[in-house]
Design a protein. Structure first.
Length: 564
């Protein structure tokens, strides 16, 4: 086997490609794994923050309902009546409380409690196994010793009191005893006097279900009070241990939460074994509790199994492996064809040389290379450009000579040679179509004195102005030419009648009546115009031109400007 330079370069390139692909794949996998872990933790924390905001919004909704009922209670009071007699329409209040309980399934009880009579309940409607029940008569109790009464009365008008979370110890099992609840209360104020409080008791499980129900299945919801006691836990036996005679603190099991409980941090993200023993990612956020700055707060948390995150890492690994296989295959193919890649620029140079010698177009040359092949390609390209420029100059010179051969150098109009050719062609077309042609012969009067007295520069300017005047006076399809000196001709094809031809000539005659603008000065220039018609006056180009010339001389010899 011959160890050519192409084969050796191909072997080295293949080794380099494989090594580079493996290194890139490893570092890409490591970076992607870390990025996915960081993204999952950030997403979990952001979801927890959003859930916290939704919880605050939910508490605010309960507070608004409490304020609404307090306003309704204030409207049903008689200022002049003492004590419990102030209530004008208890049935109306009971109906309003019943409607609120119907609209809010998480609400267990709504009470209107007087500020007098030891906090006697005046109206109470609650949810039980029998449905919505209004408590009346002797069943109404005194509640002044409960925090949701005396703490609310201390806060004053329009303030919202929110109790701590705990198990319900009031009433029987049919009235929700033993289930987690919290109370929201506000005072009823009329004429500056605090008459009592409106209290809404809310089932914590039902309240939180409205927010945690929308979470995807891998997520689990956690909640602790300000001391670290679990209020919501994936294992229900861990929640509300303080109401069952035991303290189950989150910071004992997850020390990172202690930083939030102690106020050192407002949020943490960590990893910890779940209730099934599998590792989980957890995020906890501190959330203020209540509507006063009294330092109370809750700790809201979410967890996600690490297996969910690791499944994305495994998927990333498979994707990177597929890319590595493609890169390795591409490296081998590149090594197999490296000899052609090396010899390709030389072959393109050979094809370009052959194409240029035959006058054909060729492909791009490797002028971008910075080696000997690039120098050779650039030299060939420069040589090709120089030859092309010289050919372009020759063609331009040839075109200029051709233009000079058929056009007047001073005015740019067709000269006698070109005009005679166009006249012959026009007469041939006229014979076929049967439509006549008109030929105008224009000669300037007293042009020689202009040259003699004002100089040839002024004479040349007069000739240029005359050419512009004639072109502006005739039709665009008419051919204007300069035969020699101050002699001009106009070929008008497809003229319908003699009168139409005379009208063109008359228009041309009128164009010379205003003075010509010569270098910004007016010069009066007159012209004699002769007219001949084909086929009326002649049957061929030479005779037609001679007829128009003779007509022009007749006008000039008559010593007047006119048309003949």
């Amino acid at each position: 086997m011959r160890w050519t330079i192409g084969f050796r370069l191909g072997f080295l390139l293949a080794c380099f490609s494989l090594g580079a692909a493996l290194l890139v794949g490893y570092f890409t996998f490591a970076a992607g794994r870390d990025m996915l872990n960081d993204r999952a933790r950030s997403t979990l924390l952001a979801t927890t923050q959003i859930l916290t905001q939704h919880l605050q919004t939910g508490f605010g909704s309960v507070a608004r309902d409490t304020s609404l009922l307090a306003s309704l209670v204030a409207q049903t009071q008689d200022r002049d009546a003492p004590g419990a007699a102030q209530v004008l329409d208890k049935d109306r209040l009971a109906s309003a409380f019943r409607a609120m309980l119907t609209a809010r399934p998480a609400y267990l009880q709504i009470r209107w409690i007087s500020a007098q009579d030891h906090g006697l309940e005046l109206v109470r409607v609650e949810r039980s196994d029998r449905g919505l029940v209004r408590i009346e008569g002797d069943a109404l109790q005194e509640k002044a010793h409960f925090p949701f009464v005396f703490e609310t009365l201390k806060l004053g008008a329009n303030a919202i009191y929110m109790s701590e979370f705990g198990l319900n110890h009031e009433g029987g099992m049919d009235q929700g005893a033993g289930q987690p609840v919290f109370n929201m209360a506000t005072s009823v104020v009329q004429g500056g006097r605090v008459l009592g409080v409106v209290v809404i008791r809310v089932a914590a499980d039902g309240f939180f279900a409205n927010f945690s129900a929308g979470l995807p299945m891998p997520y689990a919801f956690y909640l602790t009070n300000r001391w670290g006691d679990f209020l919501v836990h994936a294992d229900r036996q861990q929640a509300y241990g303080f109401d069952r005679g035991q303290r189950i603190l989150a910071q004992d099991r997850m020390p990172e939460i202690g930083q939030i409980v102690e106020g050192h941090r407002r949020q943490v993200v960590m990893e910890h074994p779940g209730i099934d023993g599998n590792p989980q990612a957890l995020a906890f956020v501190r959330m203020p509790l209540g509507f006063q700055e009294d330092g109370r707060f809750l700790v809201v948390g979410l967890s996600q199994p690490m297996a969910v995150i690791q499944s994305e890492v495994v998927g990333l690994g498979y994707s990177i492996l597929k890319v590595l296989l493609v890169l390795c295959l591409a490296g081998l193919l590149l090594a197999a064809w490296v000899s052609r890649v090396v010899t390709g620029p030389l072959q393109s140079m050979v094809r370009a040389t052959r194409a240029f010698s035959q006058g054909r177009a060729h492909g791009a040359l490797p002028v971008h290379r910075h080696d000997e092949l690039g120098d050779l390609a650039r030299s060939f390209s420069d040589m090709e450009q120089q030859i092309g420029l010289q050919m372009a100059e020759l063609n331009a010179s040839r075109d200029a000579m051709t233009h000079l051969a058929y056009h007047d150098a001073l005015t740019g109009l067709p000269n006698r040679r070109m005009f005679e050719q166009q006249l012959a062609q026009a007469l041939e077309m006229a014979r076929r179509s049967g439509r006549p042609c008109a030929l105008l012969f224009v000669d300037l009067d007293d042009f020689k004195p202009i040259n003699d007295n004002l100089g040839h520069a002024v004479g040349d300017a007069v000739l240029k102005a005359t050419a512009r005047t004639i072109r502006g006076a005739v039709r665009q399809v008419d051919t204007v030419a300069r035969l020699a000196g101050d002699e001009f001709t106009v070929l008008c094809e497809n003229v319908d009648s003699d009168a139409a031809a005379e009208q063109i000539a008359h228009k041309l005659q009128l164009a010379f009546e205003p003075p010509l603008d010569i270098h910004g000065k007016p010069y009066a220039v007159r012209a004699s115009i002769g007219l001949s018609m084909f086929p009326r006056d002649a049957q061929d180009a030479h005779t037609l031109l001679a007829s128009a010339d003779a007509a022009m001389y007749r006008v000039k010899m008559s010593r007047r400007n006119g048309i003949a």
